[in-house]
Design a protein around this ligand. Structure first.
Ligand SMILES: C[S@@+](CC[C@H](N)C(=O)[O-])C[C@H]1O[C@@H](n2cnc3c(N)ncnc32)[C@H](O)[C@@H]1O
Length: 251
């Protein structure tokens, strides 16, 4: 199995590919107030939960979800939710795709698609109409990372900011953060146990070959060990609602 098949299996019970609970996702989206008839884009949308929940909450909105590996389930879920005529899924590189300006830009857990946080914020600005709103989510350090966390993530301390650094970077890119959320330990544990548990369940109940079963079990065990021995309580995740300041006179 390739990486994307493993990723899809790991997210079977947690279609939001971030440590964010569904009710927190809806709280965050409630801070967005696009105009009637507006449009939204979700960069690195994955299964598109952020975009679909936004469209359900904002009946006048249409949306576009961009991912370079679009999960097959998206079209089915969209039609089940009655959103088929309001959303378009496009398989494309989010770093180069463009289609004019949007009232809302979503980008959660996908800054790596742009080369990092700063380039992601620049890309969000490029797609956003002046005065629009964005919702971004990215990894942060909860504290000075331990050697075990750095080793498990193959990361350096400079790879992620802390929460203050994330807010500062957003301000430096011309955004004013309004609401924000930092994922709790319970959200992280639910996300990681769903990730590893879905792979284990699939391996032991559904895999049709020994090779696939063994691969899924190995990935689940390695991920679980790296999480519990490495980044648990060290890696954080913050989601911010941002206002574009370029169309306002007061700062
Ligand atoms: C951690 S997931 C987040 C998915 C979704 N935003 C969510 O929160 O559920 C990151 C997503 O970014 C996508 N991605 C990574 N690089 C990309 C690129 N260059 N262009 C488009 N999508 C990309 C991946 O395929 C994956 O679906």
């Amino acid at each position: 199995m390739d990486r994307s098949e493993i990723f899809d299996l790991a997210h079977r019970r947690h279609p939001i590919a971030a440590p964010v609970a569904p009710e927190r996702l809806r709280d965050l989206l409630s801070w967005l107030s696009p105009p009637a008839g507006g449009r939204a884009v979700d960069l690195g949308c994955g299964e598109g939960e952020w975009l679909q929940e936004l469209l359900l909450a904002q009946p006048g909105l249409t949306g576009v979800g961009i991912d370079h590996l679009l999960p097959a389930v998206n079209a089915h879920r969209t039609s089940q939710r009655g959103l088929a005529d309001r959303v378009q899924w496009i398989e494309a590189d989010a770093a180069t795709w463009s289609d004019g300006l949007f009232d809302v830009v979503l980008c959660v857990g996908a800054s790596h698609a742009f080369g990092g946080l700063g380039d992601m914020l620049t890309a969000v600005r490029r797609h956003l109409r002046p005065g629009g709103q964005a919702l971004i989510g990215d990894t942060i350090w909860e504290d000075t990372p331990s050697a075990a966390a750095l080793a498990a993530l193959e990361a350096s301390p400079d790879d992620f900011p802390d929460l203050a650094g994330l807010v500062r970077a957003s301000r430096e890119h011309g955004f004013e953060p309004s609401y924000g959320h930092t994922s709790t330990l319970a959200e992280w544990d639910d996300y990681e146990f769903s990730w590893t548990g879905s792979l284990v369940d699939w391996a032991l109940r559904e895999a049709s070959s020994t090779a696939d079963r063994d691969q899924a079990l190995t990935v689940a065990r390695e991920h679980r060990d790296a999480w519990l021995g490495g980044w648990r309580r060290q890696l954080g995740f913050a989601t911010l609602v941002l206002h574009d300041l370029s169309a306002t006179s007061a700062e």
